[in-house]
Design a protein around this ligand. Structure first.
Ligand SMILES: [Zn+2]
Length: 116
């Protein structure tokens, strides 16, 4: 791991600053981020399941009736696509809210400076 240590400019401790990560935003925003991210992950799983289910369903109707039902196909793949895209967007926004930033943090006084 990253073993670079810096001297703290706030409390003047020698090599007390460690490379670490801290939350970019306040606790409430991070909670909102998780609320967005968790259903988005589940939504993506659902979209995949609907898509796979759609493949089975449409191929079985093809077998039984000798032709597909385009409207049903459209509904299945359309809803799968819609759930997938909205989950992806929600998850991305959620991830941006809970993402951590790289910093050096002083173990003595808690002073923080950005790493990148
Ligand atoms: Zn310090």
């Amino acid at each position: 791991m990253n073993e670079i240590k810096l001297n703290c400019s706030a409390c003047n401790s020698q090599r007390s600053m460690n490379a670490t990560k801290v939350r970019r935003l306040s606790r409430i925003v991070v909670v909102i981020g998780w609320i967005l991210t968790i259903p988005s992950v589940l939504g993506l799983l659902l979209a995949v399941l609907v898509f796979i289910g759609g493949i089975y369903f449409t191929s079985s109707t093809f077998d039984n009736f000798g032709e597909t039902f385009p409207l049903i196909d459209l509904l299945i793949y359309g809803s799968s696509f819609y759930i997938g895209i909205s989950s992806l967007v929600g998850g991305l926004i959620g991830y941006l809210l809970i993402m951590k930033k790289k910093v050096f943090k002083c173990s003595m006084c808690g002073f923080i400076i950005d790493r990148d």
